[in-house]
Design a protein around this ligand. Sequence first.
Ligand code: ADP
Ligand code: MG
Length: 695
Amino acid sequence: MDKSETESFEYQSVTTLKGVGPAVAEKLEKLEIYTLQDILFHLPLRYEDRTRVVPLGSLRAGQQVLVEGVIEHSEMKYTGKGRRSLLCHLSDNTGAITLRFFHFNKTQQQHLSRGNRLRCFGETRFGLNRLEMVHPEYKVVRADMEVEQSLTPVYPKTDGVHQSLLKKLSDQVLQKMQQDSLPDWLPPAVMEEYDFPVLASALSSVHRPAGNTRPEQLETANSRAQQRLIFEELLAHQLSLQLSRQKIRRQRAVALLVAKNFIPGFEKMLGFKLTQAQERVIAEIFADLGREQPMLRLVQGDVGSGKTAVAAAAALAATANGRQVAIMAPTEILAEQHLLNFSRWFGCENCLLLTGRDKGKQRQQKLAMIAQGEVPVIIGTHALFQDEVVFSDLALLVVDEQHRFGVHQRLALREKGRNGNTVPHQLIMTATPIPRSLAMTAYADLDYSVIDELPAGRKPVTTVVVSGSRREEVITRIKNACEKGEQAYWVCTLVEESEFLQCQAAEDTAEKLDRELKNLRVALVHGRMKQEEKQAVVERFKNREIDLLVATTVIEVGVDVPNASLMVIENAERLGLAQLHQLRGRVGRGGRQSACVLMYQPPLSENGKQRLAILRETGDGFRIAQKDLELRGPGEVLGTKQTGLMQMRIADIVRDEHWFEAVKQAAQFILEQHPETVRPLVRRWLGKADRFVNV
Ligand code: ADP
Ligand code: MG
């Protein structure tokens, strides 16, 4: 911490505030609030309007409002299981509502008795025959009771810290801010360009909106004050990622050089011609690998775009330079599939598979081979993360289907294979198209390539959405297709907590389908089968010894059987759009017209209808991902819900996407012209969450 940071008021400890003793300070620490600045940037999540009393006659359901009235009568109701509730009928001269309480003591019961005048704050909902409020906050009205002067801020989840305490503390800090000025780190040029209000006034009006502000005005986050803070928060995130990027660039890596006429020989090895997109991305990767700085590149390509071949080219660059490459896959099936492909290309003796299933002696043997550099191509699942895995000479890490691994793991991986200041190159591949907004936030520290072309001859998959009540028709469809020599998948998607139950359900489905489709060869593959069994089934399916493969979502990635042209997904409404798109990518890999049947369990919710309709309308992974993001939020899409990476204080990466370009430019400008403001800006907004700066 430099001197200026300790002197300015905003870096003072919260313990300098009235009402903060050691116990409170400890609670605040859990919210990552340590300094006065942390209080200022603990921004309200929403607002409650306690500035006016709403006449009972004008209420609608679903409103959060302040009301006032006289209790006409009060009655105790007993429900079946010995539970009781207290109903109070409140009226004013315009109308009436019911207040419903489940927990109450004697004193409260007295407050809630007939003739008392109450002021309540709560949410209205439909009751039996009129609107009601369940457990509103209430006060018995005295003659001189005033309403609040401005909207009441509601602060985010507070783990045992009361809203009232946060309000008192922020009152004190806001007042201090008026006396000691708070440094504004946005350069004047940026302030002018967007006509932003100064920081102190923006913070004041977000914490304590002006008296005449309506909550609806703040909901859309359109005020200048909100917009300024949103901009600054996005900027802080961008800067933090840029810093991390600079740090990575300062590390060293071994340059991997590739022969000039690499492509023709490589195509010969693969047995097909690369698409233009593949060739372009391989060239981008080779340019990176040729430097003595670690590559950190994300390759995005829709399902079936041929990412494996691109990974193989990178792997060849490592092995041709006599070094090791590790390829990490999220599932065993996918890892096995990679082993198969890479063994064909690099030779069996040069490839090794390490998964969680390797135990005891076999595992020790494999670890020794990796450590002694006896094998150049190491393929594995997250088992590769474990401490005991030590590489002899790792020059490149390939992470396939990155969305399945958390961001933390990605950062941890960077450390694998470190040798002093030298780290391996990293190639990260994903089929989950990352909407631009996420690419520019969560992945701003990576370089980025897109394989935006599918191998020639692919036909788009026709998708239909049908109700589970039409199962018979679907069965007939499978029968017809398979009798013509096609092959089909039946995917069971149960949201059972237990993998065991899921697999059991898939077994039941397979048995049933086997009975219903007498002339077809039906087989089953699921996550609890042994590695060899799974592999054997997939192999038989590939060799056309099986017509219908019943599977759990284990086949989502990695199974590659071009002759399969029909996929039925049961209970499709239960899966995320990206996952459905990924599953659907298992068909349409050959030259044949393929189809995907999304079967749902009626009734389908409005949201469910919309979601499935998107898949029917488009095969464009980007559009699907964008919708997925809108419908499910970034945490789910990135698989980083727990890491809090995308939990912003006021910005919303979907709603505020229009700012991204400007934010990126401002970040560049600040890094060049005002580097001294970067650190305080990042610290202000990311606080301890600024994990990127410290990697
Ligand atoms: P994904 O991008 O989904 O990982 P894969 O690498 O599994 O895709 O490739 C899908 C299929 O397309 C595989 O059968 C692969 O052999 C084939 N493939 C990849 N690139 C080409 C190409 N340029 N021409 C023809 N087939 C290709
Ligand atoms: Mg793949």
